[in-house]
Write a protein that binds this ligand. Structure first.
Ligand code: NAP
Length: 482
């Protein structure tokens, strides 16, 4: 087992300046996960230089070899998934079943992109003379992956795997909240046969480190998932000529029409709102319910919120873990407080829990605000915790207007038996992921995924269906005459 470290130039090493930061279990902060390097610009420069010198050899590697490394990484993950999942639960807080599912998804991503390594082909084009015109795809060079803590293995896997499959070198900066998961992914890739130096792992945080990773000309592409605010900073640091993929936040609505079954609607809304303790970019944050079913949907949402068992995600009885960090905990409590100051009606919250929250750890009760007006901050801002706002609407038209009246456009769902309405909704809603009669969260492996408006810069979708490898390759067109 390696010490908690950066991986730069084929070596596990501390930060240049020797600084470290601690990561602790959010369900039990007395449980130290590890002390990781607090890297600075010198570490970033070393990472860029080392991957720059290794990337060409990897680009020239037979695609079958690249495929094999990714396949092997998937096998290694599946062979030790229980241990990896337990570690992920300790580090991030999500319940064990979700952590297991996440590592399995990472393995599936490695398999998917292993196959894509063999399919990255160019094209030939018809010409009037005997010139052969064809396009070739080549790696962009170095791909920098900057990732959030809420899916600390599945999101990196769907950035790192396609980057490696297409022959790029990779610099990977995990969130400071989930450094161990980041380290595990790199260890697995190395064990799977990834040559030394093709990947660099740089732990740490802050704009100085970010800028030093993003700005060098050798970094050909930056793939980022995180908040809109950070996305804006990264956009600025990257400048106009760097390839940039920004997948950002959401404020996702679930619309319930008056022909919906209230029980099913409440199940869909609650699953969307409270899975992963509400810490999903696609989490349902607003439920817009038509008047005829409003009272019964609210009643059922409250009953489901009450039924959660809150505690340490390692306990198999627990259905909701803690928030991932103290900062996130404070932010969510602050938003709940804002709701109270705005005098919103709290239909369920910490005060109504049947058993008190655990005394230690960053636990927050599932919280349901009802009759929330659209101008409330809670109805407009991303909360990223187990808080849902329910609002009464007169019908589809008002629901659609309110659903679209926010800056984000990631996921949206509708619960209705009217498929005509559902199709209109799919056309009219400003969201990149649209669900009919299912929760906003949860997406398929290969289908395009990404948002609109503040949720994504839209230039290169992550997980892009057939175009999935476009971001990681650049195209040259050759005109060949004899
Ligand atoms: P975040 O604070 O924006 O951080 C994301 C990553 O960016 C972290 O690795 C962070 O490092 C790094 N970072 C922060 N400032 C930086 C800078 N100036 N330069 C370079 N990197 C910098 O987001 P988060 O709190 O981790 O994640 C939650 C957010 O992610 C939510 O808004 C959620 O909706 C969004 N999200 C979106 C998707 C999607 O697919 N659209 C999926 C998951 C999450 P440190 O944390 O170490 O500072």
């Amino acid at each position: 087992m390696n010490p908690c470290a950066n991986y730069i130039g084929g070596r596990w090493s501390p930060a240049h300046e020797g600084a470290t930061f601690e990561r602790r279990n959010p369900a039990d902060p007395s449980d130290l996960i590890g002390r990781f390097p607090a890297s600075g610009p010198a570490d970033a420069a070393a990472a860029v230089a080392s991957v720059d010198s290794a990337k060409l050899a990897w680009a020239k590697t037979d695609p079958e070899k690249r495929q094999h490394v990714l396949e092997r990484a998937a096998e290694l993950i599946l062979g030790r998934v229980d241990g990896l999942a337990r570690e992920l639960t300790r580090e991030e807080g999500k319940i064990l079943s979700a952590a297991t599912q996440e590592w399995r998804r990472a393995a599936a991503n490695f398999r998917l992109y292993a196959g894509e390594a063999l399919r990255t082909a160019g094209e030939t084009f018809p010409t009037v003379d005997s010139t052969l015109v064809y396009s070739v795809r080549e790696p962009v060079g170095i791909v920098l992956a900057i990732t959030p803590w809420n899916f600390p293995v599945s999101i990196p896997s769907r950035k790192i795997a396609p980057a490696l499959a297409t022959g790029n070198g990779v610099i990977y900066k995990p969130s400071e909240v989930t450094p161990l998961s980041g380290q595990r992914m790199v260890e697995i890739l190395l064990e799977a046969g990834l040559p030394e130096g093709v990947i660099a792992l740089v732990q740490g945080r802050g704009a100085d480190l970010g800028d030093a990773l993003i700005k060098p000309a050798a970094v050909g592409a930056v793939t980022f998932t995180g908040s809109y605010q950070t996305g804006c900073r990264i956009h600025q640091a990257a400048g106009p000529d760097k390839r940039l993929q920004l997948e950002m936040g959401g404020k996702n609505p679930c619309i319930v029409l008056d022909d919906a079954d209230p029980t099913r609607a409440a199940q869909i809304a609650t699953q969307g709102a409270f899975s992963l303790t509400g810490q999903a970019c696609t989490a349902t944050s607003r439920v817009l319910v038509a008047g005829a079913v409003y009272d019964s949907v609210v009643r059922e949402i409250v009953a489901r919120a009450r039924a959660f068992r809150i505690g340490n995600g390692l306990d198999p009885e627990v259905t909701m873990g803690p928030l991932a960090s103290e900062a996130q905990y404070r932010k969510v409590l602050e938003m709940i407080d804002i709701g109270r100051k705005e005098k919103l009606h709290e239909a369920f919250g910490a005060g109504q829990l049947e058993s008190p929250l655990p005394e230690i750890g960053y636990f927050v009760a599932p919280t349901v605000f009802v009759d929330v007006p659209p101008e409330s901050r809670l109805a407009r801002e991303e909360i990223f915790g187990p808080v849902v706002c329910v609002s009464r609407v007169s019908g589809y038209e008002e629901a659609l207007r309110l659903a679209n009246a926010v800056e984000y456009g990631l996921a949206a769902s509708i619960v209705t038996r009217d498929m005509g309405r559902a199709l209109s909704f799919a056309r009219d809603i400003d969201a990149g992921v649209i669900k009919v009669n299912s929760a906003t969260g949860g997406v398929s492996l290969m289908a395009p995924f990404g948002g609109l408006k503040h949720s994504s810069n839209q230039t290169n979708k992550e997980q892009a269906g057939h175009g999935v490898m476009d971001f990681y390759t650049r195209t040259k067109t050759v005109y060949l005459s004899t």
